[in-house]
Design a protein around this ligand. Sequence first.
Ligand code: THU
Length: 137
Amino acid sequence: MLTNEMRDTLIKRALDAWHRAYAPYSEYAVGAALLTESGKIYDGVNIENAVYPLTICAERVAVFKAVSEVEKDFQAIAVVTRNGGTPCGSCRQVLAEFGLETVVLIADLDGNLVHELTVADLLPYAFGNADLEAARD
Ligand code: THU
């Protein structure tokens, strides 16, 4: 159960992270804060590269930090951008790998919650391991 206090904490952590984004090319900073079922928070920022396609999004940095610490069960992720932008398709797919019910809090730079959705809302008909299993004979 995600409390209002935890919503505020996650948005604040994502906002703090936003200031640490490395986005010299797009100048579109993104901060994320991911809450695990165990109560830990992993934050992430987008990290760009002069070879543009090597850029990684804030959400995936947060997920990969958590998973690399063997934390794979997520309650919620907050994502902060200047204008309350939503996670990209690649990040939706990576989040879906670890649970369609993860809550996604999308906030702007003032800390206003713009959307509260689930990964399932953001990625209907998600492709996942069940599809691979169903195709085995
Ligand atoms: N970006 C994210 O960090 N997360 C998203 O879900 C959308 C896009 C970053 C990638 C790039 O550094 C910048 O925003 C512009 O695309």
